[in-house]
Unconditional design. Structure first.
Length: 122
């Protein structure tokens, strides 16, 4: 769950700060792909948690998601590659005991905004 939240927040922050037009000509939000980041975070989780064959299935499905995003002219290839890398790293990092126990991720909601609160203890 944490890897999905972190990958989605990161994709959203990148989308907000990198004004890149999508290949289909629609304004902005091309870099990075939240679909691909989530897919690869899930694949990395399945690989680390359940073993190689679950990972092969997960990475195959995630690669298909990336292919469809490029094929539908929603993202450039480098958008998808960056998102895949980031998703896989977060999926790997937040599985088992790799993540420090002092990290807390909480969704926040109020009348004016929606966000995620990250708390790190040193």
């Amino acid at each position: 769950m944490q890897s999905l939240v972190v990958s989605q927040v990161a994709a959203g922050v990148i989308k907000d700060h990198v004004p890149r037009t999508r290949p289909n000509g629609n304004c902005c939000a091309s870099q990075a792909s939240g679909h691909v980041a989530s897919s690869f975070a899930s694949a990395a989780y399945m690989h680390e948690r359940y073993g190689l064959w679950h990972g092969v299935f997960g990475y195959t499905a995630a690669t298909f998601v990336g292919f469809t995003r490029v094929n539908a002219d929603k993202h450039y290839v480098d958008d998808v590659l960056l998102s895949a890398l980031f998703g896989a790293v977060t999926g790997y990092w937040f599985t088992n005991d790799r993540a420090p126990n002092e990290i807390t991720i909480l969704p926040t909601f109020n009348q004016d905004s929606t966000g995620v609160e990250l708390t790190f203890r040193f």
